[in-house]
Design a protein around this ligand. Structure first.
Ligand SMILES: Cc1cc2nc3c(=O)[nH]c(=O)nc-3n(C[C@H](O)[C@H](O)[C@H](O)COP(=O)(O)OP(=O)(O)OC[C@H]3O[C@@H](n4cnc5c(N)ncnc54)[C@H](O)[C@@H]3O)c2cc1C
Length: 405
């Protein structure tokens, strides 16, 4: 066994397949029995491209998920209603579409794809301890109620927001510039634009936050509101359903009575943003949400997890080949991921400070600006192709953790 991956979400699958592609023997441990519920349903074209590199695109394309041609931004305050399509991305940089996915089905497909490519998958298997040593990492897990231990050369921690390694080693911390809270549920029968545009994600602006409407299969729409700490403090939090209905009715462009259309549980996730101060230790690399999660406003979570997983897999494969799996050997991986996170954080702050909305309002008749913004929405975050990207990159310092951004 060359490497052990903790977690079978997008980051873990991506890391494990990348290691297999480098000819390595990989064991992946996932604590939940799949399929399991997960939030994070709107993909971007950058994720589709990575699915292709991982040999997973055909299975996802055949699964019948709703096609996502782009994003619609709506501001009830002044009636701004702008739809952007991925077809307008700078040519050759991006896929012209993505998908809106039910994550239980999507994640199960990815994990099956990893197993089909030779990754050994143990599920359910909950990792309970990770102990890096000078020449191996000891990993303890509970499998079918019984403890098991492995000694492996390297570990990728892709345990998602549980951030197993970051929590164990005291690396996990809040991001001072970003504290947001999410409330979300599912509605049936909300109206959609005719044709392929009905697959757009809808982003609604609200005072102190924003909302999403994600069209899924079976006439179901995922509906959520994300509020800043200050905005949340103004709200009565005893009834998350009432809070979601109030915001969705006021700030999403659906004519229907949301209260009547919502079904099932409304979930509340508090303080969703965090990061680890380091993204690697000796013989251990953190990928996806296990390293950091910023904010869902630009639907980049799955994309960053697939990319982080792929880059972590590559870094471990190179380390194995060179015989150097020290923390210092993973510095290149860490800097690249930090750069992506810093740029993402800048973009997210543009949104919360109202500057992204202003940019949308200023785009009319400026095709270059439209192209650039669409490129960013598609996941082309480090391009430096245009004015906005260059400004984002200028403020990003890959040598400092997000806590010092
Ligand atoms: C409110 C909200 C809305 C979001 N919306 C979007 C969106 O629209 N689009 C988007 O792209 N992203 C979105 N995201 C982000 C997205 O959900 C995540 O970024 C993405 O799922 C991270 O993938 P991952 O593989 O890193 O982690 P996960 O998908 O969480 O996978 C981690 C896996 O590790 C397993 N695990 C955990 N601990 C252990 C252990 N000890 N042993 C073994 N296994 C373990 C878990 O069971 C899980 O299956 C949203 C997030 C939030 C909070």
């Amino acid at each position: 066994m060359d490497a052990l991956v903790i977690g079978g979400g997008p980051a873990g699958v991506s890391a494990a397949i990348t290691l297999r592609q480098a000819g390595r023997e990989v064991l992946l441990l996932e604590r939940s029995r799949f399929p399991r519920y997960h939030i994070g349903e709107s993909l971007i074209p950058g994720a589709v491209q990575l699915l292709g590199e991982l040999g997973l695109d055909a299975a996802v394309a055949a699964a019948g998920f709703v096609e996502k041609p782009g994003a619609r931004f709506y501001d009830a305050a002044d009636g701004m209603d702008v739809a952007l399509t991925f077809r307008d991305a700078p040519s050759g940089t991006s896929f012209p579409m993505a998908w809106q996915v039910e994550r239980d089905r999507f994640d199960a497909l990815l994990l099956e794809g990893a197993a089909a490519q030779g990754v050994e998958v143990l599920c359910p298997a909950q990792v309970t301890a990770v102990r890096p040593g000078p020449d191996h990492v000891e990993v303890e897990a509970e499998v079918d109620g019984a403890p098991r231990t492995w000694r492996v050369p390297a570990v990728v921690d892709a345990s998602g927001h549980k951030s197993l390694v970051a929590r164990t080693f005291g690396l996990r911390t809040h991001i001072p510039k970003l504290k947001t809270h999410a409330f979300f549920g599912y509605a049936k029968g909300l109206s959609r634009a005719p044709g392929v545009d009905g697959g757009n994600v809808v982003i609604g602006f609200a005072p102190g936050g924003w909302l999403w409407g994600i069209p899924l299969n079976d006439d179901v729409t995922s509906v959520g509101v994300v509020l800043t700490e200050e905005a949340k403090a103004q709200e009565d939090l005893r009834d998350p359903r009432a809070l979601l209905v109030k915001f969705a009715q006021a700030y999403l462009p659906y004519p229907e009575d949301i209260d009547a259309q919502l079904f099932g549980e409304v979930r509340a996730y508090g303080a969703i943003n965090y990061c680890a101060t380091r993204y690697a230790l000796d013989r251990v690399v953190l990928a996806g949400d296990a390293a950091a999660f910023l904010d869902p406003v630009f639907s980049t979570g799955v994309y960053l997890s697939l990319q982080g997983g792929r880059d972590a897999g590559r870094a471990v494969a190179e380390g194995l080949a060179r015989g150097d799996l020290s923390q210092a050997a993973f510095l290149g991986y860490e800097r690249q991921l930090r750069l992506l996170h810093h740029v993402s954080l800048e973009l997210i702050q543009m949104f919360y400070q109202g500057r992204f909305g202003n940019l949308l309002r200023a785009m009319d008749g400026r095709p270059h600006l439209i192209q650039e913004v669409v490129g960013l929405l598609a996941g082309d975050l480090l391009s430096e192709r245009g004015m906005v990207s260059r400004a984002l990159m200028k403020r990003a310092n890959p040598d400092v953790p997000l806590t010092q951004a």
